[in-house]
Design a protein around this ligand. Structure first.
Ligand code: FAD
Length: 376
C-alpha cells in the first residue's frame, strides 16, 4: 500500500488549492514544492490579483468564477485573514473597442452587477485618468482583488490542519505511472502513490513532455510607483483598473491597498516571449521606463518615484485557455497547467475540480472546455 493516496507536484497557486481540497476530503495527500511557499520564481508573486466576472472568453468561466468567489469566502473565514476585497474593477476602452463591448455583453447576459460610465461620467468620477475624451467605461461591481501570497499560505495552512503533508525545497525530477498507481522521484527520495496531480506552472513542459501542446512562457513585469498625489489613489477614491490599449495589450493597475505606499501597474500582453533558461529575473531600466511611460500617460499624478519592480511568468496555451484534464495516457494522473495569465482567481474551484478528477476520475464542474481534446 502506498503511503499517500495522492501526490501533488508543485505547491504554488493551483497546487496549494489542490492540497487543501484533497486534505479536506480526508485522503492522505503529499505536496512537493521545489522552492518555498510562496515564492517569486513562478506565476503567483506580486501582492494583488484581479478577480472579475466579466469573462467574455467563455461563458463557463463566469460559472466557475462565481463558485470560486464563494470558495474564497470560505477560505477567508477559515484563515481569519483578509484575502478578497470586493472593490469593483473599471474597464476602460475606446467607443469601437470590440473587447470592451464583448465584456459588457457578457456582464449583461449573465446578470453580473455593473455600472456603465459615459466619457463624461468617467471624467467626473475618476479625474485621476488622463484619457482621450471619447473613452467610455463600465465597472464590474462583482469584481475585486485577491492577495495571492496570503491566499497560498491560507490554502497550505488549511491543508496542514486537515492532515496534509507538504515538503518544500524538494524538486520532483521524474515520475512514472502504470495500471497500479504512480511513483515520483525527487531530489530526496521516491514516493509511490495512488494518484498524481500535476500543477507545475511555468515548469510544465519539463515534466509533461508528451501532451502534444506547445506551452510558451512570457516575462511579465509588475511595478510599484509612489504617487505624486497619494490622497488620490487610496481604495476610498480609486479602483483596480484596466485600459484596453489594442487587441493584444491592456495596461492595468491597483490603488494603494492595505498599508502599501505605492500603486501597482503592469502590462497584460503575451509579447515578451522567454524560456526558463533565459528569463532575466532582474528588472531592467527599460522595464521601469516602459511602465512609467504608460502610467504617466494614463494617470500622471500616480507616476512618482519607482518603489519596486518584480518579474513574474505567464504559461500560455495556444488559445490562452487553461488545461485541466486527465493525462491522455494515464488515468491516475491529473493535469492543471497553462493558466495563460488569468488563472489565479479560479484557484479554489480548480482545487475542487482536481480533487474530483483525482478521486473520482470526473467532475460536475463545467471544465469540459478546458480539456486537452481541443488540441487534437
Ligand atoms: C504578473 C502577473 C499578473 C497576473 N494577474 C492575474 C490576475 O490579476 N488575475 C488572475 O486571475 N490571474 C493573474 N495572473 C495569473 C495567475 O497568477 C496564474 O495563472 C497562476 O498563478 C498560475 O498558477 P500555477 O499554479 O499554474 O503556477 P505557480 O503558482 O507558479 O505554481 C507552480 C508551482 O509548481 C512548482 N514546481 C514546478 N515544477 C516543480 C517540480 N519539478 N518539483 C516541485 N515543484 C515544482 C513551482 O515552484 C511553483 O511553486 C497573473 C500572473 C502574472 C505573472
Amino acid at each position: 500500500m502506498p503511503a499517500h493516496d495522492v501526490i501533488v507536484v508543485g505547491v504554488g497557486t493551483m497546487g496549494s488549492a489542490a492540497c487543501d481540497a484533497l486534505a479536506r476530503r480526508g485522503v492522505s495527500v503529499l505536496g512537493l514544492e521545489q522552492f518555498g511557499i510562496p515564492h517569486s520564481m513562478g506565476s503567483h508573486s506580486g501582492r494583488t490579483r484581479m478577480i472579475r466576472s466579466a469573462y467574455r472568453e467563455h461563458p463557463d468561466y463566469v460559472v466557475l468564477v462565481r463558485r470560486a468567489a464563494d470558495l474564497w469566502r470560505d477560505l477567508e473565514r477559515a484563515s481569519g485573514r483578509t484575502l478578497l476585497t470586493p472593490s469593483g474593477l473599471i474597464f476602460i476602452g475606446s467607443p469601437k473597442d470590440q473587447l470592451l463591448e464583448e465584456s459588457l455583453q457578457c456582464v449583461q447576459q449573465h446578470g453580473v452587477r455593473h455600472e456603465i460610465l459615459s466619457p463624461a461620467d468617467l471624467r467626473r468620477r475618476f479625474p485621476q485618468f488622463r484619457l482621450p475624451t471619447d473613452r467610455g467605461a463600465f465597472i464590474d461591481l462583482e469584481a475585486g482583488f485577491l492577495r495571492p501570497e496570503k491566499c497560498i499560505e491560507s490554502f497550505t495552512d488549511r491543508a496542514f490542519r486537515h492532515g496534509g503533508e507538504i515538503h518544500t525545497y524538494e524538486p520532483v525530477v521524474a515520475w512514472k505511472a502504470d495500471g497500479n498507481g504512480v511513483e515520483v522521484q525527487t531530489s530526496r527520495g521516491r514516493y509511490p502513490a495512488g494518484r498524481l496531480v500535476f500543477t507545475p506552472g511555468p515548469w510544465a513542459d519539463r515534466l509533461l513532455t508528451d501532451l502534444g501542446v506547445k506551452l510558451t512562457l512570457t516575462r511579465q513585469v509588475q511595478a510599484w510607483f509612489r504617487p505624486l498625489r497619494p490622497e488620490m489613489f487610496g481604495l476610498d477614491r480609486f479602483l483596480p483598473w484596466t485600459v484596453q490599449v489594442d487587441a493584444e495589450r491592456n495596461i492595468y493597475g491597483f490603488p494603494m491597498v492595505d498599508d502599501e505606499i505605492g500603486v501597482k501597474v503592469a502590462e497584460h500582453s503575451r509579447v515578451h516571449r522567454t524560456t526558463l533558461e533565459e528569463v532575466s529575473r532582474v528588472p531592467s531600466a527599460e522595464d521601469e521606463a516602459l511602465l512609467r511611460r504608460e502610467l504617466g500617460q494614463l494617470l500622471p499624478d500616480a507616476a512618482g518615484p519607482a518603489l519596486s519592480l518584480q518579474v513574474c511568468l505567464y504559461t500560455n496555451t495556444p488559445d490562452h485557455q487553461f488545461i485541466i484534464d486527465l493525462h491522455p495516457r494515464w488515468p491516475a494522473v491529473v493535469l492543471a497547467c497553462g493558466f495563460s495569465g488569468h488563472g489565479f482567481k479560479f484557484a479554489p474551484v480548480v482545487g475542487e475540480a482536481l480533487a474530483d478528477l483525482a478521486l473520482e476520475g470526473r467532475t460536475g464542474l463545467p471544465i469540459q472546455f478546458l480539456g486537452l481534446h481541443r488540441f487534437r
